[in-house]
Design a protein around this ligand. Structure first.
Ligand code: PHE
Length: 455
């Protein structure tokens, strides 16, 4: 329903479970299943996983809680929240950084989500079963060589996510999330079991779980931080926006911890499903963004019921991707419709149009037009690196500093305790973390990672 200005009245999540389902829908996505394994593969495996886990707990959870707090206190989009809470200040620029970052992430994310659709079609038409390793490798390179196919899928995906955000079916999505996310978990467990029983699987498990710290560098630590932010959907206002839909009486702290733990579990399970297969088939763990698409079809090809598992896996991956995209697009759309006073429909069309163009350029930079590059890096990787490893950590840093030092201690306690409804035993610890530890840690990792400072 739209009001006279053509805007939808602000909705609220129905209950705490709705909050968790929607937030988990945002967090669990390509970041866990596509990005985590390939990034861990490029950065040495076990040691990277440890650093990543540390960041999830020590930085990610406090930052998530900070975003939720801002959003629920202000009941507005990422930019409007800062304007409402700190009028006549420059803090709204943090929200703007988030909107730009959301736009960039959505562009390359839609390209990879498009690959998922292509693979769903391949699974449906039974193109994996009975194929050997070379033939499966060729499926991906053949797909990339026809530049228009990836573009077509990117456009289909952008269109679909635009339609969902436009018609506000988020509530329906919440409902499906509750069934489909546990199903995704189940499939990952089954795939994991199949993968660890492949010949040579133990090398993959060792790669994922045995920490070899000699492989850790300043830049891989920053990449682990970027991945923690990316996977938990923090640093660009997605959770400020979602926080603004949380009811006053729901407990923010416990929702955040539940989502962060489930998200991490799914990432690790993806690793367990993928790395044993990577080593078993002799694939290089650092083969980059196409790792999952090159690896798992081999597992499907060799397992009983591979056809049905392949179809279910890619369908669920697509679903996980779209529930995340909705939260990314929502950052841009909520900003445009609330701050620029345009209807939700127009805002979605405008944002999706821009994302579609940038997404196509990203896709082309990977195949037909390698000239689309900056400093020798293709546009896709440039957007991915800048948004995840620069903008999200910086956005997260400012958000945490804002909550710790500018939001007001009393207001903070009120939000965290839902007006005194819940005991916030972690309050002092949280304040200590967000005041000192988190900002210093992000600042240090960032400067060290980009090479401006080293120990
Ligand atoms: N967390 C999502 C994923 O893992 C991606 C995302 C990033 C969503 C940033 C919102 C904000 O796929």
């Amino acid at each position: 329903m739209e009001d006279l200005s053509g805007r939808k009245p602000r909705g609220l999540f129905a209950n705490k479970f709705g909050v968790i389902a929607a937030t988990a829908g945002s967090a669990v996505g390509l970041g866990n299943i596509w990005r985590f394994p390939y990034i861990a593969g490029e950065n040495g495996g076990g040691a990277f996983l440890l650093v990543y886990l540390f960041f999830i707990v020590a930085i990610g959870i406090p930052a998530m809680l900070s975003e939720f707090t801002i959003g629920r206190a202000a009941h507005k989009n990422a930019v409007g929240s800062f304007k409402a809470l700190s009028p006549r200040s420059k803090w709204f620029l943090v929200g703007m950084l988030g909107v730009v970052c959301a736009f960039m992430i959505d562009a390359f994310y839609s390209v990879v989500a498009g690959w998922t659709l292509e693979y769903l079609l391949k699974a449906l038409t039974n193109q994996f079963c009975g194929k050997n390793y070379e033939e499966i490798q060729y499926l991906f390179s053949g797909f990339q060589q026809s530049a228009w196919r990836p573009i077509l899928w990117t456009l289909v995906f952008v269109l679909l996510s635009g339609l969902i955000v436009m018609s506000g079916v988020e509530k329906g999505i919440e409902k499906y999330n509750k069934i489909l996310m546990p199903l995704l978990l189940l499939i990952l467990v089954i795939l994991g079991i199949r993968a660890v029983t492949l010949p040579g699987a133990s090398m993959g498990l060792e790669f994922l779980f045995y920490p070899d710290f000699s492989k850790i560098t300043g830049s891989s630590v920053l990449i682990a931080l970027g991945q923690a932010f990316f996977s938990l959907s923090i640093g660009m206002g997605a959770l400020i926006t979602y926080g603004s839909y949380v009811r006053k009486k729901d407990n923010l702290g416990s929702s955040v911890v539940t989502v962060a733990l489930s998200d991490t579990l799914i990432a690790i399970l993806s690793g367990v499903a993928i790395f044993p297969a990577v080593f078993s088939f002799g694939i290089s763990p650092d083969s980059g963004p196409d790792l999952v698409y090159q690896t798992l079809p081999n597992v499907f090809a060799q397992m009983k019921g591979g056809y049905i598992f392949a179809v279910m896996f890619f369908a669920l991956l697509f679903f996980a991707a779209i529930t995340s995209t909705i939260s990314i697009l929502e950052v841009v759309v909520a900003y445009l419709s609330e701050e620029k006073n345009i209807s939700r429909r127009k805002a979605t069309a405008l944002a999706s149009g821009g994302i579609a163009i940038l997404g196509c350029l990203c896709s082309l930079s990977l195949n037909a037009f390698p000239q689309l590059s900056i400093n020798g890096k293709d546009l896709f990787s440039v957007l991915e690196y800048l948004s995840s490893n620069v903008m999200l950590p910086l956005g997260g840093l400012f958000i945490v500093i804002y909550v710790a030092w500018f939001f007001g201690k009393e207001r903070l306690y009120k939000e965290l305790s839902s007006d005194g409804r819940y005991k916030v035993r972690y309050y002092k610890f949280f304040l200590f973390l967000v005041r000192y530890i988190v900002p210093v840690a992000i600042g240090f990792v960032f400067l060290n990672g980009v090479g401006l400072f080293s120990i």
